[in-house]
Design a protein around this ligand. Structure first.
Ligand SMILES: C[S@@+](CC[C@H](N)C(=O)[O-])C[C@H]1O[C@@H](n2cnc3c(N)ncnc32)[C@H](O)[C@@H]1O
Length: 193
């Protein structure tokens, strides 16, 4: 269950067992465009302490380490942890979740999450935790399917307006500034600590 979805999470939302491995394989082959768009929004990350939340098969982790960020990642799926460790061996990856990152206060300059915001069980607990681990002056970037040219698959997963408004309101309650932007295929919430 999540703060948005009133039914058990599927294999893409919380991969488990052989079907979860297959879901990771599919995501690794279909999410490259979104990874590139998220990287474009992040800008230069060289030397930054970055936490990725919900790394899945590890495409964004790999891109961040290649761009010389110092990458830590958390994901609750053991199947995804194995796949991402193979794909991004330079990242420090562990089991965890948006609400329980295991990070120290102000440890990260940038926290980024791609395609898992609606899967978090408790939005408030997650945003409290991510605010805690971002140092003052740091940034939170949360990406989800959509954008100005959503794919046919993404059109079935768009955030309802009520959810978008809630995320923005909860971000503005915690962060100095928060806004929603769109790339071609992503909705991007960005907040400054
Ligand atoms: C649809 S996949 C996206 C994976 C990857 N970010 C991508 O875009 O290719 C969702 C991921 O979020 C993870 N996830 C589920 N619940 C989570 C939570 N509460 N906190 C952090 N990640 C979570 C899942 O294990 C899964 O790896």
């Amino acid at each position: 269950m999540s703060w948005m979805v009133d039914r058990p999470l599927n294999q893409f939302a919380l991969p488990r067992g052989w079907a979860g491995r297959l879901a990771g394989w599919v995501m690794a082959r279909t999410n490259g465009t979104e990874v590139a768009e998220v990287l474009g929004v992040l800008g230069p990350v060289r030397g930054l302490a970055v936490l990725e939340v919900g790394f899945g098969p590890g495409l964004l982790c790999k891109a961040l380490t290649r761009a010389d960020a110092v990458v830590t990642g958390v994901d609750p799926s053991a199947v995804m942890l194995r796949q991402a460790r193979r794909r991004a061996p330079a990242a420090r990856l562990r089991l965890g979740s948006a609400a329980e990152t295991g990070g120290a206060n102000g440890e990260f300059e940038l926290v980024v999450s791609m395609n898992n915001l609606p899967m978090w069980p408790d939005l408030d607990a997650a945003l409290d935790e991510l605010h805690r681990v971002i140092r003052p002056g740091g940034r939170l970037v949360l990406a989800w399917h959509g954008g100005t040219e959503p794919t046919a698959m993404a059109r079935g997963m768009l955030l309802p307006d009520t959810a978008t408004e809630r995320v923005l309101a909860e971000l503005r309650a915690r962060f100095a500034r928060a806004e929603l932007a769109k790339t071609a295929h992503c909705e991007i919430f960005a907040a400054d600590r």
